[in-house]
Design a binder for this molecule. Sequence first.
Ligand SMILES: Cc1ncc(COP(=O)(O)O)c(C=O)c1O
Length: 390
Amino acid sequence: MNTIAIEPSIAARARALEASKIREVAEAGMKLGGVLPLWFGEGAWPTDARIVDAAVASLRAGNHMYQPNNGARALREEICRYSNGLFGCSLGPERVTVTPSGMQGLMLTAQILTSPGDRVVAVSPVWPNIVGAFSAMGADIVSVPLSVQAGKWALDMEALLAALTPQTHVFIVNSPNNPTGWAMSADDQKIVLEHCRKHGIWVVSDDVYARLYRHGDVAPSFLSIAEPEDRLLSVNSFSKCWSMTGWRLGWIVAPKALEEKLGQLTEFNTSCTPGFVQDAGIVALRDCEDEVGTLSAKIKTGYQIASDRLGRFSRVNFIEPDGAFYVFFKVEGIADSLKAAFDIMHSTKVGLAPGVAFGETGEGYLRLCYAQPQEVLEQAFDRLEAVLSD
Ligand SMILES: Cc1ncc(COP(=O)(O)O)c(C=O)c1O
């Protein structure tokens, strides 16, 4: 049977899904070959050997079996120790569900919270997979756009609070944000949390880039101000800070009341996260804090190069990020960012993500991931100069 025959018979929600425009460019670029890959959100560096060794040792020791739905107790405890130290909260393991990736954490979050037609408000531009998970569950997404004020991304709090109506079911925020690098201030988080408490709105906080913050060791997080029973789900991942994108390991912090349901939903998604991957996660959190520091230093160097070079390109409006490892910049004369990303890739062999992939607010922008070695970045900017500077 061909796809034309199958299409009408699959779920309307699946039919409505849109292909990722980041992938569109990247898949074409991978076929082309020789493209400097600044399109995805991942560092160029391999996982620390101690983490790899822990996974191998776990496999050798026979950790080959199904695991508890909510994750192995030892990792859940380790995540509590780590989070309590970092965010000053007092989580117990019953509040943590281990997930095979941050993305799966987002999908479980969408599954547990969303009924078709629910109003879900998201700060945008935003990584399309976050709102995509909620759309796939039938949510009506309402975007509250960031804007550029005095060379920095800013959120209009009045507009946000007006959008968070009593009919709103979920508020999604990713801070530091992919793609802009914008981070929500602790003061704004307090105001939003109070408002959401008043109207019974769930806060979904994507804290994946919390450690990659340019103004301190850790970005402000709702976890630092929320009560245990607040309607807050925080999603996190090992992918970025421990260079573990391919391992697929993350976690959700949720109120204790959701523990059982998150476990049941996990059963029908993946049943569990592989045990040897969880053992590697324990070592990452317990023994590899220095690895986060090393990565942060590399990212700092990457940012210096990116800001210095891009900032001097005459057609680029450089906007200073607060965190993460991206620059999201506007280019004079670019109206169709998807076409521009393709054109730039063909003419310079540098792979960038098109701004429109992150919502309409992102049209006219391009995203560049600077978590790359110095020589790759220098080469990329040498090539980009021809198309981004007059
Ligand atoms: C904001 C944000 N959240 C979550 C993720 C998911 O990461 P992973 O599924 O690799 O854990 C990403 C990955 O790019 C991201 O940018």
